[in-house]
Design a protein around this ligand. Structure first.
Ligand SMILES: NC(=O)c1ccc[n+]([C@@H]2O[C@H](COP(=O)([O-])OP(=O)(O)OC[C@H]3O[C@@H](n4cnc5c(N)ncnc54)[C@H](O)[C@@H]3O)[C@@H](O)[C@H]2O)c1
Length: 383
């Protein structure tokens, strides 16, 4: 079998996600393993064409990784028929108009989330992609994490009985940038640049919840800006205009209640940066990025409330680790492979622009709930 090549225009590869997760750990890693395996036993190698604003940075990247092509001219890259796939990891606020150009050029599109800055923008992209007949996909990386794969396995096995609730904690302390540099880009903290933890994280929570526990039907949320002043990459102070923490309750189809805290202003007293506890009638589980522990009904202890005595039960020790039982690849790479198979041999990849639109709808509803101090029901998508 001969290996075929799929050209990919990659925009935003000088950024945190674009470089490490998508270029190095996905596209280049796929080529190192000989390409994406197809159902007929052949393989597809990926040929990246790097696009960005800074030619010097792109040239250095290309040189470092032995990549032949780079350009600062997006339209020229999109006009090249050797590159039928466009990938976008730019900062969120400039994504939509670049994707429109890619669709107009007849390119398939794979993109980081959020797909657009507004629900109407996301629906417009979904409509344009459908009309142009191009394949479209959106990063759903959390679903490919070992911890969440194990949760999916537990759900499929019926371990939980009837799932009652999901409680999740996501977050860590992001330095303000004054006495230690911040570990996230400053645009994340400016609403006018597409920042904010609701826009960032509710897109993830939407697909995690709808794929594991049920579609979100209503949200009650409080979004806040705990740290109003930060210091940027150049050492200049700026006003943080975007929310940096959100406390939310999501009601799901089928009656499950999910309660998720998202915060860049919290210090970690957990085993992982995100953890979900799922409680069901027959058992419970706590899953992080990698690990997952369970406690079945039969092994549930019998706590008795007595504030006069120090706790004698070793609660954490009463859970059992779920074994890997398989090799988990890097989730970003696994999804790239799935999307490439979708493009090349029409294999299933359900995580499209409409899925992205549902994520943005949840973010918009969460912000509306917070602003107006009320529960917001999610109606039809309006697609
Ligand atoms: N899937 C995930 O878990 C995850 C995690 C973090 C970020 N993201 C998403 O990835 C995207 C990039 O985030 P990041 O943290 O890598 O940001 P970043 O700031 O590190 O990178 C942004 C990229 O966009 C480019 N860029 C910046 N300003 C631009 C402009 N005005 N015009 C064109 N290009 C511009 C930069 O040169 C850089 O290549 C965001 O949309 C974010 O929501 C996803």
């Amino acid at each position: 079998m001969t290996a075929q090549t799929l050209g990919v225009v990659m925009n935003g590869v000088t950024g945190r996600m674009g470089y490490r997760q998508h270029l190095v750990r996905s596209v280049l890693a796929i080529n190192e393993q000989g390409g994406v395996p197809l159902s007929d036993g052949s393989r597809v190698r990926l040929e990246p064409l790097l696009v960005g604003r800074d030619g010097a940075k792109l040239a250095a990247l290309a040189e470092r990784h032995g990549i032949a092509r780079w350009t600062t001219d997006l339209d020229a890259a999109l006009a090249d028929d050797d590159f039928p796939l466009y990938f976008d990891a730019q900062l969120t606020s400039v994504r939509e108009k670049s994707i429109v150009r890619a669709i107009d050029a007849g390119r398939h599109v794979y993109t980081e989330k959020p797909v657009a800055e507004s629900l109407s923008g996301a629906l417009d992209l979904a409509r344009r992609a459908a009309e142009a007949g191009v394949k479209n996909g959106l990063v759903h990386d959390k679903l490919y994490l070992p911890g969440l794969r194990k949760l999916a396995r537990l759900l499929e096995s019926g371990f939980f009985g009837r799932v009652l609730s999901v409680r999740g904690e996501f977050g860590y302390w992001v330095f303000e940038g004054d006495w230690q540099p911040a570990q996230r880009p400053s645009w994340n903290y400016r609403a006018e640049d597409g920042g904010g933890i609701v826009v960032d994280m509710f897109c993830h929570w939407n697909y995690v919840l709808e794929n594991l526990f049920g579609a979100v039907t209503a949200v009650t949320a409080k979004a806040v800006t705990h740290i109003p002043n930060r210091v940027d990459e150049q050492g200049a102070g700026y006003d943080a205009t975007a929310d940096d923490a959100a406390y939310a309750i999501f009601e799901l189809e089928g009656g499950v209640i999910a309660q998720l805290n998202s915060s860049w202003c919290v210090r970690v007293h957990r085993d992982e940066l995100v953890e979900f506890q799922v409680d069901g009638t027959l058992g419970s589980a706590v899953a992080g990025l990698h690990s997952c522990v369970v406690q079945p009904r039969e092994a549930t202890p019998r706590p008795v409330w007595n504030p006069d005595l120090a706790e004698a039960q070793p609660f954490r020790a009463q859970w059992q680790e779920v074994p890997d039982n398989e090799v988990f690849d890097n989730g970003f790479k696994a999804q790239w492979e799935q999307f490439v198979r979708h493009v090349v041999e029409d294999a299933p990849h359900p995580y499209d622009f409409l899925a992205g639109a549902r994520g943005i709808r949840l973010a918009e509803a969460g912000l509306e709930s917070s602003r107006e101090g009320r529960r917001v029901e999610l109606g039809d998508l309006g697609a």
